[in-house]
Ligand binder design. Structure first.
Ligand code: ADP
Ligand code: MG
Length: 258
């Protein structure tokens, strides 16, 4: 059914777009109407212009929200990572983790190595890619997760804190084993990892090898169950070499000496 155009002339477009929740169209329709008149756009092209402006604006709002929610410690992309410094990690192989299938199939990745080798950078780069495909991503250090969990008192509150970490499409758990972990950590990590098992993707970074996780978590049985679940559909990479931060320092010191 169409409305009589004369009767609808009284319609306040500004108000209508507001009620229809079309905020971008609300601000740009006049501009598009002027442009259509000036450039003699077809009705279809005029409509296409309006709708694509609204879509673009919604997608960028959504991206900003997802990036904020992800809580990355910094914004890094894979293009900024120098793979020549990590010859054991090939760019073509790492491409697997940047693809949608990594997230969709709920796979896992463990990045292990000394500080400064780019573990967090790589994990963030995978996360940033996933956000750009509109996946929900959460980044949290193990310590931060533990602190938030133990700071809340009731079981209900604790469940609420864990929910997004269990439910998001991709979880990055950073810095396992950096600080000594108390007895509450192994069950907590196991709970999160097993809730995601075969359902959602997980990346863990650590400065301790998988074999050491039992000691680090003071619970060999839980640690091995955790590694078992992670590695069933997952891979582990041991990064080697010098710290990127230290490398820079040595270069500047030798430059100073020269
Ligand atoms: P880790 O998590 O292993 O301690 P980070 O990912 O925090 O290391 O890296 C430390 C800093 O060095 C970051 O600013 C990161 O972007 C940079 N970095 C590390 N490795 C590389 C690399 N191969 N190419 C480019 N930047 C790197
Ligand atoms: Mg790190």
């Amino acid at each position: 059914m169409t409305t009589d155009p004369v009767a609808s002339e009284a319609l306040d477009l500004d108000d209508a777009f507001k009620r229809l929740r079309l905020p971008r169209i609300r601000t740009c329709w006049q501009e598009w109407a002027d442009r259509a008149a000036r450039e003699e756009l077809s009705f279809a092209d005029f409509l296409r212009g309006l709708v694509s402006d609204e879509l673009a604006s919604r997608e960028s709002t959504k991206l900003r929200r997802l990036l904020r929610q992800a809580n990355f410690p910094f914004h890094k992309t894979i293009e900024e990572f120098d793979f020549r410094l990590q010859p054991q990690l090939r760019r073509q192989v790492f491409q697997n983790y940047l693809e949608d299938s990594f997230v969709r199939e709920g796979r896992s990745l463990a990045l292990i190595g000394q500080p400064g080798l780019g573990k967090t950078h790589l994990a963030v780069a995978v996360g940033v890619r996933a956000v750009h495909r509109f996946s929900s991503v959460r980044f949290v250090t193990v310590q931060e997760l533990v602190n938030r969990y133990t700071a809340s008192e009731s079981l209900k509150q604790r469940a609420r804190i864990l929910r997004p970490y269990k439910a998001c499409d991709l979880l990055v758990l950073d810095e396992l084993g950096y600080l000594p972990h108390g007895p509450e950590v192994a069950p907590l990590l196991y709970e999160v990892v097993s809730a995601r098992y075969e359902r959602a993707a997980t990346i863990i970074t650590s400065n301790k090898s998988l074999k050491e996780w039992g000691r680090v978590l003071s619970d060999t049985a839980l640690a091995s169950a955790l590694v078992d679940r992670l590695m069933h559909h997952g891979d582990v990479y041991y990064l080697k070499g010098k710290s990127y931060r230290l490398r820079d320092k040595q270069v500047s010191e030798s430059e100073e000496a020269a």
